[in-house]
Ligand binder design. Structure first.
Ligand SMILES: [Zn+2]
Length: 141
């Protein structure tokens, strides 16, 4: 993803820095769907975990080479990824499931679970917040 100045967005998690990939870019969406489906069909994976999907910050994207119009549709387009990936992996294995990092209300109907595990070292406190929202009905590993 690029900001209005044409610079890549970066995020830092603990000791590591990453660039942010554009959820509105169809190439990235297709890549996620293809790799997830391939893991189930080729390796027999039952579950696919999509890291970063739940807590992804919704940046506008100004990259003119991406497939989206305007500044993109932010994280709403991950709904397409989850819907299509879940349908594809369930077509391979009816027990297949998706998981994401942290929580996202809009994603809840497509995921079996959310990992909320990073904690204080990463500046995240989702586990405590999620327990509060769901009134203690969440499993803790
Ligand atoms: Zn983009």
């Amino acid at each position: 993803m690029k900001d209005h100045a044409g610079e890549m967005y970066h995020e830092v998690y603990g000791p590591h820095e990453f660039v942010v990939l554009c959820p509105s870019n169809k190439d990235w969406q297709d890549y996620l769907i293809e790799v997830g489906s391939w893991m189930v069909s080729s390796y027999g994976a039952t579950g696919i975990y999509l890291d970063q999907l739940g807590p992804a910050e919704p940046f506008p994207c100004y990259d003119p080479e991406h497939s989206h119009e305007g500044i993109g549709r932010f994280n709403q387009v991950y709904l397409r990824v989850l819907r299509e990936l879940l349908a594809r992996i369930r077509g391979i294995n009816e027990d297949a499931f998706l998981m994401i990092e942290n929580c996202g209300d809009i994603y809840g109907s497509y995921v079996w679970g959310s990992l909320t595990w990073n904690g204080e070292d990463y500046g995240e406190f989702y586990a405590e917040q999620a327990q509060s929202v769901f009134q203690g009905r969440l499993d803790r590993a």
